[in-house]
Design a protein around this ligand. Structure first.
Ligand SMILES: [Zn+2]
Length: 437
């Protein structure tokens, strides 16, 4: 009897194909329980003008017939489309860990609030977010289980607390989805140290597929030295930071020195930091984050802010790209003093306020575009592996098929031309890739 069975997998890229944003990969396969359709992540692309069709993954046929969604982590570019998809009929189990669920809930609520503020309407509403939360089946790291005949197991991705790589097994064929992955040790996390065996198909992020990060330790020293000099010269420091992961990393670095001025924390980072402290097991050193938190003063609201801007201080606040949130109010009191400093600590997307600050020395503060007179510095505290680490990971895994996504075209091209041991795919948006094995 011939026991050999041919497996056919179809991968459809509804986002994050030669771009960063709106991660959403559909897999169609036939497992032991019949045909199945699943999604890996369901994210949003935050574009400057938030044009409707650019924001969401491209059209998914019959969302009501999707069997399961697997979430790698809470960032909106991996979860932000869930309420919209629920509005379009998605009603299946959503699998992720409980920390990802809690942080995603905060981010989705905030995203809806911003959408309503900016566009005065939204295709979905609060009920869709509530429904998405009800659909989530919390799973634990390293717990092996199955849904519709598809086995799955989540591994540590080292990107933000709770972030995961996901391994799926269908008819004995193993698919690895890296999600966003980081192998570099930070103050917040150890960095991923996972070993994956017998991977047939690897879907790999490629954010830094063509470049390396500076040495983490020397970057941290440069960061602290720059802030210290500003404080000694009588200036204040404004640190715009992403609420999820980056703000906590910044606080932990700041807690290593005594600056002699208050450190304030504002924006959604406060809630996220509390969630992380409640989930200490997902951190490298929970007590270090607690120490950093106790060394910072949380800002309650507008009354507090009015007082804070009158003092010499270090202010850590959202949003990381300076496109909204309390950072705008602080910047209005900060930009014209030459002794002050603005410290950018993360990726600044094309068209965002932080990018304009770096490239043109100007900032859009509400309706006014102003020439910035204070000092501006940029640091690289990325939560993504650099090119060398991505290559090491791919080389160690040696998948039969490598699919490169979640990166700009030049990053993906660089990795694709380097990899000579796998069948490499670099999908375009909406492209379908068929793998038969
Ligand atoms: Zn991410």
């Amino acid at each position: 009897m011939n026991t050999y069975m041919e497996n056919r997998f179809l991968f459809k890229f509804h986002g994050a194909a030669k771009e960063v944003g709106r991660s959403c990969i559909e897999i169609c396969a036939t497992g032991p329980e019949g045909p199945a359709r699943i999604l890996l992540d369901a994210g949003l692309k935050i574009t400057e003008d938030r044009e409707f069709f650019d924001d969401y993954p491209t059209e998914i046929d019959r969302p009501d017939e999707i069997d399961a969604v697997f979430l790698s982590h809470a960032h909106l570019d991996h979860t932000g489309a869930l309420p919209f998809l629920n509005h379009m009929g998605l009603e299946c189990p959503i699998l992720c860990n409980s920390l990802t669920k809690e942080v995603a809930k905060l981010l989705l609520m905030d995203s809806l609030k911003i959408e309503l503020l900016e566009k005065h309407s939204s295709v979905y509403n609060k009920n869709n977010i509530t429904r998405v939360m009800d659909l989530i089946r919390p799973i634990s790291m390293y717990q092996k289980d199955h849904i519709k005949g598809i086995w799955y197991k989540f591994y540590d991705a080292g990107h933000i607390p709770g972030s995961t790589c996901i391994v799926l097994e269908i008819n004995g064929k193993r698919i690895l989805y890296t999600g966003d992955v980081n192998h570099i040790e930070t103050n917040l996390l150890h960095g991923s140290n996972e070993k994956f065996n017998n991977i047939d198909i690897m879907i790999c992020e490629s954010t830094y597929g063509d470049r390396e990060h500076p040495n983490r330790e020397s970057e941290e020293k440069r960061f602290l030295d720059t802030i210290q000099r500003t404080i000694e010269d009588g200036g204040s420091v404004l640190v715009p930071a992403f609420a999820v992961g980056r703000a906590q990393e910044v606080l932990m670095m700041l807690s290593k020195r005594h600056f002699g001025v208050p450190i304030y924390l504002d924006g959604m980072a406060k809630k996220v930091t509390k969630l992380y402290m409640q989930n200490g097991a997902s951190l490298k050193d929970a007590s270090a984050l607690e120490k950093a938190w106790s060394g910072a003063i949380p800002i309650g609201g507008w009354q507090d802010r009015k007082e804070v801007v009158k003092q010499q201080a270090i202010i850590v606040t959202t949003s990381g790209m300076m496109d909204g949130g309390p950072v705008i109010e602080y910047a209005r009191h900060h930009y014209f003093e030459t002794k002050n400093l603005i410290v950018l600590t993360g990726y600044q997307a094309e068209g965002c306020n932080g990018r304009m600050l770096l490239e043109e020395g100007t900032l859009k503060l509400n309706e006014d575009v102003v020439k910035v007179r204070c000092k501006v510095e940029k640091f690289d505290f990325s939560a993504h592996s650099g090119c060398a680490q991505l290559k090491t990971m791919i080389k160690n895994i040696k998948p039969k098929v490598l699919i490169l996504q979640h990166g700009e075209e030049k990053s993906i091209k660089n990795l694709a031309s380097w990899c000579d041991f796998s069948e490499v795919h670099t999908p375009d948006i909406d492209e379908e890739i068929e793998v038969i094995m």
